[in-house]
Design a protein around this ligand. Structure first.
Ligand code: E4P
Length: 215
């Protein structure tokens, strides 16, 4: 399973890269807005740190505007993937960009029908948001299972990015379903590595070692 980091914060990206856990990066307008730098500058900086797909999202609501922004962003670096919202205008933009060999990530997917349409339009990636579904009492992971089955049935090349991840269980469940990618906030990447019994075991090993050398 590939791990993308879901942040625009360079420090978090660097720390996760040092852990060897970053295959790509996803950003969105909310994540970009948290940083104190112009959008394009942030994306260029991320490209210097990570050699993998880096999603940058368009702001336009019409297909023409999305395509224009998409072309501009794609020109920054070959690793840029254009993040497009799951709307009918977005689907048109995905088709145009796919014809130009520009990779897209269809975002804000909340149903299997939306994921099917993203794949048909030629999206390179589809991002279903599990956490936001869980937040409204719908099981987000059921959606991942449905999308994986549909993509499997027809051999779509579109890769599923499990997004809106809130905890380590989301990541493990996504892996059990065979999802291609999880895009994970830094806090959850750190949580994935931790176990209290590991900490306790280390403490005990070191304490025993101390006793042995003193004897
Ligand atoms: C995905 O690409 C989005 O950036 C992200 O996963 C959204 O997560 P949130 O629901 O925690 O905002």
């Amino acid at each position: 399973m590939k791990f993308f980091i879901d942040t625009a914060n360079l420090e978090e990206i660097k720390k996760a890269v040092d852990m060897g856990m970053v295959d790509g990066v996803t950003t969105n307008p909310s994540l970009i807005a948290r940083e104190n730098k112009p959008f394009v500058e942030i994306i260029k900086d991320i490209c210097k740190i990570v050699d993998g797909p880096i999603s940058a999202e368009v702001i336009a609501l019409d297909a023409e505007g999305m395509v224009r922004e998409g072309r501009e962003l794609a020109a920054i670096h070959s690793n840029i993937v254009i993040k497009i919202p799951m709307t009918t205008e977005g689907l048109k933009a995905v088709k145009t960009l796919a014809d130009e060999k520009i990779r897209t990530n269809v975002t804000l997917i909340f149903s299997a029908s939306q994921a099917l349409m993203a794949a048909k339009a030629g999206a390179s990636y589809a991002s279903p948001f599990v956490g936001r579904l869980d937040d409204i009492s719908q099981n987000g992971m059921d959606l991942i299972s449905d999308i994986m089955n549909i993509y499997d049935n027809y051999g779509y090349a579109t890769e599923v990015i499990v997004a809106s991840i809130r905890n380590p269980i989301h990541v493990v469940d996504a892996a059990l379903l065979g999802a291609h990618i999880a895009t994970i906030p830094f806090k959850v990447i750190a949580q994935l590595a931790r176990h209290p019994l590991t900490d306790l075991g280390m403490e005990q090993f070191l304490a025993d070692w101390e006793k042995r050398t003193k004897a």
